[in-house]
Design a protein. Structure first.
Length: 131
């Protein structure tokens, strides 16, 4: 497990996790707190970026499963499907939970979650640099 607290070092983790997406946009006022990475056997990993703006939190999560451990995420509730620069994504809105955008692609998924407007969430996911 790795915890990185300095944004300047994020690019270096592509050596260990070549498929790591790197966000190039978060809404004004959000400050980077930590990137937590868990590397699994073979090619699987879990990465979670955390940003804060006062008490508000913004998460960007990326999971890649080992080929034989592929999972299917069931989307419950009001999932709206839209097409972004990253491809097809699902937006989940719930009055009690932060708005979430999920992109599924084969053995991986990318999630952006926060109590911010949907347009900002779409801008975030569109500006994650994928290798």
């Amino acid at each position: 497990e790795i915890d990185e607290f300095d944004w300047k070092n994020i690019e270096n983790y592509r050596k260990d996790v070549p498929e790591l997406g790197i966000p190039h946009y978060v809404p004004e006022g959000y400050k980077f707190k930590v990137l937590h990475i868990e590397i699994y056997k073979e090619d699987g990993f879990n990465a979670e970026y955390k940003f804060n703006k006062g008490d508000e939190e913004l998460f960007i999560k990326q999971r890649k499963y080992n080929k034989r451990d592929v999972k299917t995420v069931l989307l419950e509730g009001n999932a709206e499907e839209i097409v972004t620069k990253q491809g097809k994504v699902y937006i989940l809105k719930d009055d009690k939970e932060p708005t979430t955008i999920i992109k599924q692609s084969g053995a991986s998924d990318l999630t952006v979650m926060g109590k911010i407007n949907t347009d900002d969430l779409i801008d975030i996911i569109n500006r994650i640099a994928m290798p």
